[in-house]
Design a protein around this ligand. Structure first.
Ligand code: RP5
Length: 181
């Protein structure tokens, strides 16, 4: 249940920040309308048994909350942040500007410009402030990339990623075999 993963940030002070114990990945998004897309990141982290928490943080509507989230991320134990946003998608870049953690941006598909606006907003970061940007709407890859970052220093996670690759390969070979029957 995703509700169990909701990180709660009080509107007042950084001291009142609550978070899921042991979360290594923080998933944030600009609006609850991004949730159907961003759920794929949560799902793959669940499959890989990686602790995460998730919440709504809007760069434009809740700028103070965004600052609090980014500035407390290291102390809360997060190792990677996945940030999804659509349109004028400033959330991933602004969070990357306020934390040394790796930030992965997920451009959300929009109804007016199909998410190309989101993609350009997220990918065109200035020198010195990197955001690793995945394809429009591909939150699953954001989850996998976060896992790979963690896996570089965690053999158990790397092992689970190897299994994931094996499973993906088997799935394709199985489909090919059925086509050839
Ligand atoms: C962005 O504006 C959000 O990330 C979302 O993709 C987009 C639209 O938000 P809503 O109007 O649906 O809340 O901040």
């Amino acid at each position: 249940d995703l509700r169990e993963r909701l990180v709660q940030l009080s509107p007042n002070t950084a001291q009142e920040v609550l978070y899921g114990a042991g979360s290594r990945v923080g998933i944030i998004m600009g609006s609850d309308s991004d949730l159907p897309t961003m759920q794929a990141a949560a799902r793959v982290l669940d499959d890989l048994n990686i602790a995460y928490d998730l919440t709504i943080v809007s760069a434009h509507r809740t700028p103070d909350r965004m600052v609090r989230y980014a500035e407390t991320a290291v102390d809360r134990g997060l190792k990677v942040i996945i940030a999804g946003a659509g349109g004028a998608a400033h959330l991933p870049g602004m969070v990357a500007a306020m934390t040394p953690l790796p930030v992965i941006g997920v451009p959300i598909k929009t109804s007016t410009l199909s998410g190309v606006d989101s993609l350009h907003s997220i990918v065109q970061m200035p020198r010195g402030v990197p955001v690793a940007t995945v394809a429009i709407g591909n939150a699953m890859n954001a989850g996998l990339l976060a896992a790979r970052i963690l896996g570089a220093t965690n053999p158990a996670i790397q092992q689970r990623l190897e299994q994931f690759r094996e499973d993906s390969k088997a799935e394709v070979l199985d489909k090919a075999a059925r086509l050839e029957e």
